[in-house]
Design a protein around this ligand. Sequence first.
Ligand SMILES: Cc1cc2nc3c(=O)[nH]c(=O)nc-3n(C[C@H](O)[C@H](O)[C@H](O)COP(=O)(O)OP(=O)(O)OC[C@H]3O[C@@H](n4cnc5c(N)ncnc54)[C@H](O)[C@@H]3O)c2cc1C
Length: 338
Amino acid sequence: MNENTHDVVIVGGGAAGLSAGLVLARARRRIAILDGGAPRNAPAAHMHGFLSRDGMPPAALLEAGRAELARYGVEPIAARVDDITREDGPDLAFTVRLTGGATLRTRRVLVATGLRDDLPELPGLRERWGKDVLHCPYCHGYEVRDRPIGVLATGPMAVHQTLLIRQWSPDVTLFSHDQEISPDDRERLAAHGITLAEGQVKRIVADEDGLQGVEMADGSVVERGALLVQSTMIPNDALLTGLGCAREDGLVPTDGMGRTAVPGVSAAGNVVNAHAQVIMAAAEGSAAAMALNADLVEEDVQRAVDRDRVTARRAAGFDAAVEALITETVLGDRRHGL
Ligand SMILES: Cc1cc2nc3c(=O)[nH]c(=O)nc-3n(C[C@H](O)[C@H](O)[C@H](O)COP(=O)(O)OP(=O)(O)OC[C@H]3O[C@@H](n4cnc5c(N)ncnc54)[C@H](O)[C@@H]3O)c2cc1C
């Protein structure tokens, strides 16, 4: 490997990527972190459920992480990665290509590129995403506790989500929108004190004070202070699939330490685990970094063993040649009666 080869290039500088970077920098690895600067939770003003950081603005957490990395001489680079290719040759190495054409060479890659939330196309919804249109009761349910909460049915998990959010408020309405609600589920909802608003939703009603309600196709408005909406979560995993990682059930599988099925390629956070909250994404990054470091140590040890064996064989070969020369000289002397 030449001097410019990184040990690990990390793509994505969110909780997963920065956390991996911290572990690898402290393991004295030569790393680069390349980040597109669009973390998933950017629309939210506060981040919850991260022990010791509860309520911190999402950007402040990343800022604190970058400041910690700076202590070890690592500064994430604002750049997007377009593709990663495995190099030909005996060494396990990759070329990482950035938008604009620059390339980096690395022994291992860690993809921590997060996911994209695809939202239902309803007027007014996108503008309130992360504010009072919420994706997860554990992240933001407490902040809207006891308020009138709606749930927009967008898929088969709608009833489950509705039953869950009832933990945070006694006033919950499920908007069936374009989903069928079975008789069993209707019974369960009613038993749990939840109202069902049948029919298509037309738009989200909001003003400068925030969400006001949900307008139905017939023009009636159901007043709500918050709305839970499950997005379609699309992993940003093109770099992984481009390297040959196959998806299973919509996600690239990894083992417990972030390793994919492709040697030298690891992944952490939302890109491979759609349900990872920030603290989980950070933990996954940390675990993946430790596995990568151990893997590099193993490779270095194997190389050193190979090098020593070659040196020993060469030395043995040299000794044999010298011995043959001496023998030949002695025999020659005898032949000549010396
Ligand atoms: C509105 C909202 C609010 C949330 N609130 C909370 C909360 O309160 N608490 C909580 O625990 N969780 C919350 N979450 C979940 C949280 O966003 C995720 O757990 C977390 O962002 C996952 O971290 P990550 O590092 O995997 O991905 P991200 O934080 O999304 O980081 C991925 C990074 O990779 C970069 N990237 C992507 N592709 C490339 C590329 N090709 N090249 C270079 N860089 C690239 C992106 O720009 C981004 O900076 C919330 C989610 C949403 C949508």
